[in-house]
Design a protein around this ligand. Structure first.
Ligand code: PMV
Length: 320
């Protein structure tokens, strides 16, 4: 039986989210949490909910990705079943939608017998992300395609420059914990509705804000490169304050972050954020990570530890 399994990682933004939509650099990191797409031949008389024709009838992201691939390669995908398995939290700033777009386009291309090509997978996934998010920078799908720690900048709609940083987060930096504060808004709500509106209100001051974020992003990369934890923590905190200034951090998340800082740690939201309830994923660093785990528990938020710098899109299994 023909079978293809392709996976892609979830990501975290170390710095530069939102500013990256306006051409500033961002640093993204692939995590060890992954999403898997499995495509198998459909046994003809089995009416599965995962059957390709049933999936295409739905008005969800998966069906839009399938239709995009069919249009691109001028073909109809049939006689197969598709299953998704993922341990990436959904809609919380860990790039679950980009991982879905990358793993699905990768798996469908493989199913159609196209040569394995992460660059083409990335480009197609970016087209899908545009359908889903309106005005994405392309950072999420690029880190899901190439993995590692990525310096990313959208120069034009048709030209994105990115660089896989040839170093790692130093082992002697404090340990970090990811706290999921949840969120009610979509990425589009925050990018277009919140930051888009703020840009109109702020006028020239928005350019200043963008420059400050860029400066901070550069300092974060420099301090990882130089293995200077103090500089890293300071810039991380500045980055959080800039995100608060632009209006994408909720009051409950600000409270949590302030409490972390009072115990000697640092934390920032990662990704689009959130205002009405929580702000999605918070990356927190502390010499004593147990303090962070206990604090998350006190607030009623799930927390976990992940490895950073995971692999990009990957062929897990191909049986032809
Ligand atoms: O969807 P999220 O929470 O992973 O955030 C995406 C990051 C933004 O910079 C806010 C948007 C973008 O397209 O880069």
């Amino acid at each position: 039986m023909k079978k293809v399994v392709v996976s892609a990682p979830g990501k975290l933004h170390l710095s530069g989210e939102h500013a990256v939509v306006y051409g500033k650099p961002a640093v993204l990191v692939a995590t060890s949490k992954r999403l898997y797409i499995e495509i198998k031949s459909q046994i003809s008389n089995l009416k599965s909910q995962n059957g390709i024709s049933k999936l295409k009838e739905k008005d969800d992201y998966l069906s839009k990705i399938i239709q995009l691939v069919e249009k691109k390669y001028k073909t109809e995908i049939k006689n197969c079943v598709i299953a998704i398995n993922s341990d990436i939290p959904i809609g919380a700033g860990m790039g679950s939608s980009a991982a879905l777009a990358v793993a699905t386009t990768g798996a469908l291309r493989e199913w159609l017998g196209k040569p394995w090509n992460p660059t083409e997978i990335n480009e197609l996934a970016f087209e899908a992300e545009k359908i889903q998010h309106g005005n994405p920078s392309g950072g999420d799908n690029t880190v899901a395609s190439f993995g590692g720690i990525l310096w990313f900048r959208k120069e034009f709609e048709f030209l994105k420059s990115f660089w896989l940083l040839p170093f790692k987060i130093p082992k002697d930096f404090s340990q970090f914990v990811i706290i999921n504060t949840g969120r009610s808004e979509t990425t589009k709500d925050l990018v277009v509705g919140v930051v888009g509106e703020k840009k109109k209100q702020l006028g020239k001051k928005f350019t200043k804000w963008l420059d400050e974020v860029e400066n901070t992003t550069k300092k974060i990369v420099q301090s990882i490169h130089d293995e200077k934890e103090t500089g890293f923590k300071q810039s991380f905190q500045v980055n959080e304050r800039l995100l608060e200034e632009i209006g994408v951090v909720s009051s409950s998340t600000k409270k949590l972050i302030l409490e972390i800082e009072k115990t000697g740690g640092v934390a920032k939201i990662s990704g689009a954020g959130g205002v009405k309830t929580g702000s999605g994923m918070v990356i927190a660093f502390h010499e004593k990570p147990q303090i962070l785990i206990d604090m998350a528990k006190k607030y009623g938020y799930p927390s976990f530890q992940v490895q950073l710098g995971g692999e990009g899109v990957k062929r897990e299994e191909v049986v032809v």
